[in-house]
Design a protein around this ligand. Structure first.
Ligand code: F6R
Length: 623
C-alpha cells in the first residue's frame, strides 16, 4: 500500500521517479506526487488520481533536478485528494517526505506540533514527519540532516518506510525503514530506492534490502547504512536474477491476462524445483527436495496456516492436501483474526504464513506474534515457522525459519492468479514430502501423485487453448448482471470462494462462494432468474452431490454454468466450461482457470481497469 521511490545521480530525476511510480502503481493509485531540489528549493508536483494525471502536469514543465522522491498513494488517513498527496513538506518548504506505512501516534504528535505553531495542510499521518524533522534540524550540529531524521524516527510509532529531501543537503537522500519494505538500488554514481524491486530492475539489478531499524544516506558517491542508534553497518548488495521484461505486459492487454497465461510455466518451474523426477519407489532418495528442519519431519502433530484473501483460499486447499495426503490435522486462520484471538498454543505445531507479497501487515504481524508466543511458552524455540511466497526477498523471509519459494515470480495484476496457483502447488509438494517422510502414503501413491502433478502444465495449456474464446463470448452475456453465486464442494469449495473473489474485485459484481451443500441453509433465498450460479462439478467423490445442489438452483430459475470435465454428460448446465478429466485431487489447479478467465473477460468487457481495480492495492501493508 503506497509506493515510494527516490533517486540521486546524474540523470534527470523526474523521468526516473515517474518510471518508478509507474511500476509501483499497483500498490495504490489514489494520488501521486514527486519532489525534487532545484536551486536550493523543493519543487513539488502532485495530482489526485492515477499517475497519468501527474504525468500530464509534469509534461508542462522541464526539470533538470538530479535528486528527487516520489509517491503513489493508497489512502489511509485522509481522502484521496491532492492536498493529501505526498510528498509532504515542513512549514518552510525546506524538507520533503514520502512515506509508506502508518504513523500510529500521529494524532498526539500533530497536536503537540500545532501547539508549537506548526500549520498542517493535509489530513495525513505523514505530515507530522517533515514538521518533526524541521523541529529537530539544527544546522550548527554535525550531520544536521541525518541527525534530525534520526531524532524524528525515535518519535514515530507504527510501520513506515520514508525517503526525505532537505534543501540544505542537495546531494543527500535519506531513507529509513521500520516494518515497511524499502530496497536500495546501486548504479554507477547513481542510487535509487523503492518500495519494491519492480521499480528498480529497469535501472539496476544490484540491490540491498533495508532491514527494520535501518537508515541510509544515499549520495552520488555511495550509500552509508546505520542502525537507528547511529551505529554504522557494513552490508553488501546482492544481484537480482531478474530481467526488466518480467515487469512488462509482453503483448497482453493486461497483466492479469498475461499472468493467467503464465500459469502452466509457473507450475512446471515449481515441479522442476521440488520434485525429484528420477525418484523410484525403492530408491534411497526422497521424492521431494524441500529439506525442512528435521523437527518438522519428526515431531509434527498439527499445522496452522495464517493468510489473507486469495492466499487464505490457497491455504484452504493446502489444508485439504495436508490432511488427506499427509494425515496432519491442519487449521487455517485469517491472519487478521488470528492476531487478536489466537488459538491456544499447541504442542509440535508448525505455523505457515502464506502471502504473495510477503508484506501483508496482518500476516507478518500474526507470524511475529506466534514466534514470540512460542519463545515465551516453551523457553526453547524450535524452528517451526514457515513461509510460502513468491517473494523470497520480502519481509516474510526475515521472520520465518524457512521460506518455500513458489517460483511464481513477480505478479503485477492486483487480482492474484498465478501466485494463487503457485501457492497451491507448494502445498502439493509440502503434503507429498510430509506424507512420504512420515510414512503416511505408500510409494505407489507417491508415484501416482507425481504423475498426476506432472501432467498439470499440459492440461492447463489445453484449457487456455480450448476455452478462452468460448469464455470471452460467454462473458458478454452479463453486461448488467449484479449478482453471481459460485458453488463447489470438498477440494473445490475454496475454488468457489476464489472464483467469487476474482469476479467481485475486478468487475465490482456482488459474488459469493458457498459450499454447495450449504445453499439450502439460507443463501438459496437469493436465487432467481437474474442470479447466475457457477457450479464446480468435476468428477470425483462429490460430483453427484454438486449436481443435486445445482438442480436445486435450477429449480429457482438460476442460469447454471458448470465447470465440468471432458465428456461430462450432465445436461442441466446452460453453459459448460470444460477441463480435462483428472483425479479430483488435482482438479483445483484446473478448475480455477476458467473462473479466472470468466472474471477477467466480464470486467474487461465492462471497460474496467482490470489490473488496478478501485480501492485495492497489491501489497496490503496496513492493518
Ligand atoms: C485477491 C488478492 C488479495 C490478496 C490478499 C493477501 O486477488 O490478491 O485477496 O490475496 O490481500 O495478500 P498477500 O498474498 O500478499 O498476503
Amino acid at each position: 500500500m503506497c509506493g515510494i521511490v527516490g533517486y540521486i545521480g546524474t540523470q534527470t530525476a523526474i523521468d526516473i521517479l515517474v518510471h518508478g511510480l509507474e511500476k509501483l502503481e499497483y500498490r495504490g493509485y489514489d494520488s501521486a506526487g514527486v519532489a525534487t531540489i532545484i536551486e536550493n528549493q523543493i519543487h513539488s508536483v502532485k495530482a489526485k488520481g492515477k499517475l497519468y494525471n501527474l504525468r500530464s502536469k509534469l509534461e508542462k514543465e522541464s526539470s533538470i533536478a538530479k535528486i528527487g522522491i516520489g509517491h503513489t498513494r493508497w489512502a489511509t488517513h485522509g481522502k484521496p485528494e491532492e492536498y493529501n498527496a505526498h510528498p509532504h513538506l515542513d512549514g518552510q518548504g525546506k524538507i520533503a517526505v514520502v512515506q509508506n506505512g502508518i504513523i500510529e501516534n500521529y494524532q498526539e504528535l500533530r497536536q503537540q506540533l500545532k501547539t508549537e505553531g506548526c500549520e498542517f495542510v493535509s489530513d495525513t499521518d505523514t505530515e507530522v514527519i517533515p514538521h518533526l524533522i524541521a523541529k529537530y534540524y539544527n544546522p550548527e550540529v554535525d550531520d544536521a540532516f541525518m541527525s534530525a531524521v534520526n531524532k524524528t524516527i525515535s518519535r514515530l510509532d507504527g510501520a513506515f518506510a520514508i525517503a526525505v529531501l532537505c534543501v540544505d543537503f542537495p546531494d543527500e537522500l535519506i531513507v529509513a525503514r521500520q516494518n515497511a519494505p524499502l530496497t536500495i538500488g546501486f548504479g554507477q554514481g547513481e542510487f535509487y530506492c523503492a518500495s519494491d524491486v519492480t521499480a528498480l530492475v529497469h535501472h539496476t539489478t544490484t540491490i540491498l534490502t533495508l532491514e527494520n531499524g535501518e537508515i541510509a544516506r544515499l549520495t552520488p558517491l555511495g550509500v552509508e547504512i546505520y542502525d537507528f542508534s547511529g551505529q554504522r553497518l557494513r552490508k553488501a548488495p546482492r544481484t537480482l536474477d531478474w530481467s526488466p521484461v518480467t515487469v512488462e505486459k509482453q503483448g497482453f492487454r493486461h497483466f492479469m491476462l498475461k499472468e493467467i497465461h503464465e500459469q502452466p510455466a509457473v507450475v512446471r518451474t515449481c515441479l522442476e524445483a521440488y520434485i525429484n523426477s528420477n525418484w523410484e519407489p525403492n530408491s534411497n532418495e526422497n521424492p521431494v527436495n524441500l529439506n525442512l528442519s528435521p523437527h518438522i519431519y519428526e515431531d509434527l502433530e498439527h499445522i496452522q496456516i495464517v493468510a489473507c484473501g486469495t492466499s487464505w483460499h490457497a491455504s484452504l486447499i493446502g489444508k485439504y492436501l495436508l490432511e488427506q495426503i499427509a494425515q496432519i490435522p491442519t487449521f487455517v486462520e485469517y491472519a487478521s483474526e488470528f492476531r487478536y484471538s489466537p488459538t491456544p498454543i499447541m504442542r509440535n505445531t508448525a505455523t505457515i504464513g502464506v502471502t504473495q507479497s510477503g508484506e501483508t501487515a496482518d500476516t507478518i504481524a500474526a507470524l511475529e506474534m506466534e514466534k514470540q508466543r512460542r519463545i515465551i511458552a516453551t523457553n526453547e524455540y524450535r524452528p517451526g515457522i514457515l513461509g510460502i511466497t513468491n517473494r523470497p526477498e520480502s519481509t516474510l523471509a526475515t521472520i520465518v525459519d524457512q521460506v518455500i519459494n513458489t517460483y511464481a515470480g513477480i505478479e503485477i495484476g492486483v487480482a492474484a492468479t498465478k501466485t494463487f496457483l503457485a501457492q497451491v502447488m507448494s502445498f502439493y509438494v509440502l503434503a507429498l514430502d510430509l506424507g512420504y517422510r512420515r510414512q503416511k502414503i505408500s510409494a505407489q501413491r507417491v508415484m501416482e501423485i507425481i504423475n498426476g502433478l506432472s501432467q498439470l502444465p499440459n492440461q492447463m495449456e489445453q484449457i487456455l487453448h480450448s476455452e478462452e474464446e468460448k469464455i470471452k463470448e460467454l462473458a458478454s452475456d452479463f453486461p448488467d448482471t449484479r449478482d453471481f453465486i459460485f458453488i463447489g464442494r470438498g477440494i473445490n469449495f475454496p475454488i468457489a470462494l476464489e472464483g467469487a473473489l476474482k469476479l467481485k474485485e475486478i468487475s465490482y459484481i456482488h459474488a459469493e462462494g458457498y459450499p454447495a451443500g450449504e445453499m439450502k441453509h439460507g443463501p438459496i433465498a437469493l436465487l432467481d432468474a437474474h442470479v447466475p450460479v457457477v457450479a464446480i462439478a468435476v468428477s470425483g467423490s462429490v460430483y453427484e452431490k454438486v449436481i443435486s445442489n445445482a438442480q436445486e438452483a435450477k429449480a429457482r430459475d438460476a442460469r447454471l454454468i458448470g465447470v465440468v470435465v471432458e465428456n461430462d454428460t450432465e445436461d442441466i448446465f446452460q453453459d459448460k466450461l470444460v477441463i480435462p478429466e483428472v483425479d479430483e485431487l488435482f482438479s483445483p489447479v484446473l478448475s480455477v482457470i476458467p473462473l479466472q478467465l470468466l472474471s477477467y473477460y466480464i470486467a474487461s468487457l465492462r471497460g474496467l481497469d482490470v489490473d488496478q481495480p478501485r480501492n485495492l492495492a497489491k501489497s496490503v501493508t496496513v492493518e
